[in-house]
Design a protein around this ligand. Structure first.
Ligand code: SF4
Length: 384
């Protein structure tokens, strides 16, 4: 994990030790998880991200993408604890939204606890932009451009500290479904956009808005000067892209699309905009996780798809839509290995500790960071 992730400094002692859960059979884990969920009732909300493995999703009260899940959790009136079966930045966003000042006032100051069953469930993309690197880049670019006229935009798949950076500097958060509207918002307020941490979402969205790639330098945080760019490239930029990517979506290639089209000329290619440009440009449809699901749900029986997104989601769509022919776009396994760390032993361990009074793996964003992150999130929410 990088230097910008929030957890409680002092985690409480676990009553039950994790090691003993790793030897339990799946049936036993499942029945013990069910028992705790029943016992805690509405005070507990377990959230399952779309990319989560099936046996964990089976124990989720709600399923969705990270932002939708956090919003639903924040709107729950009876919830006292959220167990987020996703990755670290998602749990942070849930903590920020569920414990924002208006929600705290409604609950007479009572905080909602947010638990991530395995603290090692990070996100490789979020980890590619540490707050110290983003701050250094900002200072560095201020030598050649006026950063007062740069609007920082962070993808929601980022640490809370990056969202707070955007909040402080007149910037905003985006999701994969509203990135275009958010970049438009940014251009109404500044001359250029600094987009992090996913270069592909930033590039694919900006290309779709008619911005030429020659005006999108990529900022490499490990390069010595100006992220590896010339002064002129930064001065002529419209969107400065951070050199980060999702290790799952980065695996899809143009040759995968060509190969499917050769074998099945009628096939439709459906991809997530975190995929590289070469794939995104060739796709019939590109869109967020929500759009991918909706597109499949609305298609007529007999439609053939090759889908470029996380494997667990594609397999679930296959199982839920036997009337359509669904293929995974890549010949190699592309799954979110960090999300996969949340398994039944970790889930059972965190739930039984919770039931018995120990809140293990609690994610709590510090007040300042939460305040500025919320400002950036609220700017996004205000966009219609
Ligand atoms: S799929 Fe990619 S962006 Fe999403 S959590 Fe996993 S590594 Fe991060």
């Amino acid at each position: 994990m990088n230097d910008n992730l929030a957890t409680l400094d002092a985690q409480p002692e676990a009553i039950h030790q994790l090691a003993s859960y790793k030897t339990l059979e799946v049936d036993e884990l499942q029945s013990r998880i069910d028992a705790v969920r029943q016992q805690l009732g509405d005070s507990l909300l377990t959230l399952g991200h779309h990319y989560q493995q099936d046996e964990v999703i089976a124990h989720s009260d709600l399923r969705g993408d990270s932002y939708k899940l956090s919003q639903m959790a924040a709107d729950s009136e009876s919830c006292e604890t959220i167990v987020f079966c996703g990755v670290h930045f998602m749990a942070e966003t849930a903590d920020i939204l569920a414990n924002r000042p208006d929600k705290l006032a409604e609950r007479d100051g009572r905080r909602v606890n947010v638990i991530l069953p395995d603290l090692a469930a990070g996100c490789s993309m979020a980890d590619m932009a540490a707050i110290s690197q983003v701050e250094a880049a900002w200072d560095d670019m201020s030598e050649v451009i006026d950063t007062e006229k740069v609007i920082p935009v962070t993808y929601i798949n980022s640490a809370a500290s990056l969202k707070a950076f955007c909040g402080k500097h007149g910037g905003i958060v985006c999701t994969s479904s509203n990135a275009r509207a958010v970049i438009q918002w940014a251009f109404e307020r500044g001359e250029r956009v600094f987009f992090f941490p996913d270069q592909h979402l930033g590039r694919n969205t900006s290309l779709g808005m008619g911005i030429d790639e020659s005006h999108m330098p990529v900022w490499d945080p490990y390069a010595l000067d100006l992220g590896g760019n010339t002064e002129i490239a930064i001065q002529q930029s419209r969107v400065i892209l951070w050199k980060g990517h999702c290790s799952v979506h980065q695996m899809f290639r143009a040759e995968h699309v060509h190969s499917f089209r050769k074998q099945h000329p009628e096939i439709k290619i459906l991809v997530h905009p975190e995929c590289p440009r070469e794939v995104n440009d060739l796709a019939d449809v590109s869109g967020s996780t929500g759009k991918i699901i909706e597109t499949v749900e609305r298609a007529s029986a007999g439609t053939k798809w090759a889908i470029g997104t996380e494997l667990h989601l594609v397999n679930r769509l296959k199982a839920e839509h036997p009337e359509q022919e669904i293929h995974f776009l890549s010949p190699v396994v592309c799954m979110c290995a960090t999300m996969y760390r949340i398994d039944l032993p970790h889930l059972c361990w965190s739930l039984e500790n919770l039931r018995d009074g120990a809140i293990v793996n609690k994610i709590e964003v510090d007040q300042q960071t939460a305040h500025w992150s919320l400002i950036a999130l609220e700017r996004m929410l205000a966009i219609k």
